[in-house]
Design a protein around this ligand. Structure first.
Ligand SMILES: Nc1ncnc2c1ncn2[C@@H]1O[C@H](COP(=O)(O)OP(=O)(O)OP(=O)(O)O)[C@@H](O)[C@H]1O
Ligand SMILES: [Mg+2]
Length: 509
């Protein structure tokens, strides 16, 4: 039974988005939706959930199917509730009085720390905020489940919980999930929809296999297009010659023949396959030179939360230029607080600085926090870049075009950008600030697969010095050259990420 069908679905904004999508999803299927940042994946889900109109075409839903969506960003109305209240609010109103025990069971199942349960969602770590949204979803009985980038911010233990939850749902329930996490898609999906500017394609396979088929499809389309174009050129040449002969020798027969060939060529042109247009979307980082060998030196410091509750201690940590330290720790262990401490230290007067924490005098930092809070929502894309660096308008425009921001998009307010586009804009700003010490908190959240690969290449090729927080196993392996984990309220060096993964698996929620 078809539960969701798209007929000629399209959408347009300041950039090229998907168009002419025809697709149907059957009950019980597990769909992966994949596509570049800003192509319109979240918009598509909002159309299915009825939060926005479809633009062009239509979305048809089976009758009496309840839909629940876990959105890509935390809805404002959840932020003010406590973790417990937010989950309780996820139960149908009639059940809230009698079935509140279900919340306690769920909180135990996801191993929510006791002191988190009465904390406001807005004060929780990104990972726990997402768990609240997923927990609400797991309490619902809706037949259609839409998950928009559900693994963002989750640590490995929670990703395993999520995979397990999806895979144990009964076949009466249909799940569609947007994700850039290749491993997660392979583990949880049965079919894949690639949303693209040219031709969107779907395959009845999980991501990796579907991606191979897509590559094969594109290759075949290119070969066919090349052959057809050669044929077309020959036909056009013949038509031209015949027309010339017709004109020169007053031959009606030649003129007629020339028109016939031209008509055939027009028909052949209609059969030309649509080729996917490669969008130009560069990611370039810069690295300011410094004579300093060591960028950070730490001796006996304590990392605390904003209420001064100690989170973990660091006995000794010396970070040399070119090191890319990946920081591991469970959600809520205090990783961002450590980076915030480093970032704050640079802004403090000498006498107010934390003792035992030394950052090189020549350090110039860029901090990519999870919420990209340094980007003012009310600025346009163009205004933001001009604000970071005093460059000529033309240079600003061309920098942005190379980064994937078309001229109309440069006039769009930051608040209207998709999360992935916002992240790409943040990276353009970083490039202009020419740092020599990067702090990255979950840089691959929201970034599409092509973007992840480019970011990895850039970090490695400029030999950036970075502290990285990431739960993305591939990214960590590709860029990290030093690893440390928060264990038992202490930061300790580890040889490889596997040490941390093993501990996580052993204590899996
Ligand atoms: N309210 C809005 N006003 C104007 N443009 C919008 C609005 N919402 C989305 N857009 C634009 O529509 C495009 C698609 O946005 P959408 O959030 O659907 O992309 P996405 O594929 O989910 O991207 P990402 O991978 O970054 O999450 C973006 O260019 C975005 O700027
Ligand atoms: Mg999105």
């Amino acid at each position: 039974m078809t539960v969701i069908a798209f007929h000629n679905l399209g959408f347009s904004a300041a950039r090229d988005m998907y168009a002419g999508v025809n697709f149907s999803l059957n009950r019980g299927e597990r769909l992966g939706v994949v596509g570049n940042n800003g192509i319109g994946k979240s918009t598509l889900f909002r159309c299915i959930a009825g939060e926005t109109g479809p633009g062009e075409g239509e979305v048809v839903l089976a009758r009496n199917q309840q839909i629940i969506m876990v959105s890509q960003e935390v809805p404002d109305d959840l932020l003010k509730l406590t973790m417990f209240e937010a989950l309780l609010d996820g139960l149908p109103p009639a059940e809230r009085d009698y079935d509140s025990w279900k919340i306690d069971v769920l909180l135990d199942e996801i191993a929510a720390p006791m002191d988190h349960r009465d904390r406001k969602v807005g004060d929780l770590s990104g990972g726990w905020q997402r768990m609240v949204m997923l927990g609400r979803c797991s309490l619902s009985q809706a037949e259609i489940i839409l998950l928009d980038e559900p693994t963002n911010h989750l640590d490995l233990a929670k990703i395993l919980w999520l995979e397990n939850w999806i895979n144990s749902l009964p076949p009466t329930r249909t799940v569609a999930m947007i994700s850039h996490d290749r491993l997660f898609l392979d583990n949880c999906t049965t079919c894949t929809l690639f949303l693209r500017v040219g031709e969107s394609k779907n395959f009845n396979f999980p991501f990796s296999k579907a991606a191979d088929f897509l590559a094969q499809h594109d290759e075949e389309a290119q070969i066919l297009a090349d052959k057809t174009n050669v044929k077309l050129k020959k036909m056009e040449q013949s038509a031209h010659k015949l027309r010339q002969i017709g004109v020169d020798h007053f031959s009606e027969k030649s003129l007629r023949k020339s028109i016939q060939i031209q008509k055939k060529a027009e028909m052949l042109k209609d059969t030309l396959p649509e080729l996917e247009r490669e969008e130009r979307r560069d990611i370039t980082l810069s690295n300011r030179d410094t004579h300093q060998k060591y960028m950070i030196e730490i001796n006996n410091i304590q990392v605390s939360d904003p209420n001064d509750t100690p989170l973990f201690g660091i006995e000794k940590l010396v970070m040399a230029k070119g090191e890319r330290l990946v920081l591991f720790g469970k959600n809520g262990a205090g990783k961002p607080q450590f980076i915030e401490l480093l970032n704050r230290q640079l802004k403090l007067q000498r006498e107010d600085r934390v003792k035992g924490l030394h950052i090189a005098a020549t350090a110039r930092t860029c901090y990519l926090d999870q919420h990209l809070s340094f980007l003012p929502q009310g600025f346009t894309v163009f205004e933001q870049v001009k604000d970071v660096c005093d460059i000529l308008d033309d240079r600003c425009r061309s920098l942005l075009i190379n980064a994937g921001f078309t001229l109309p998009m440069q006039k769009v307010k930051i608040a209207s950008l998709s999360p992935g586009e916002r992240l790409r804009l943040a990276l353009v700003c970083f490039r202009l600030r020419t740092p020599n010490l990067y702090f990255f908190d979950e840089p691959t959240n929201h970034l599409d697969i092509a973007g992840q690969i480019l970011l990895e290449e850039q970090i490695n090729s400029i030999n950036a010095t970075c502290i990285i927080i990431s739960h993305d196993r591939r990214f960590v392996e590709n860029v990290g050259n030093r690893f440390a984990m928060i264990n038992g309220k202490k930061l300790e060096d580890i040889k490889a990420p596997e040490t941390f993964y093993q501990i996580l698996r052993a204590n899996a929620v």
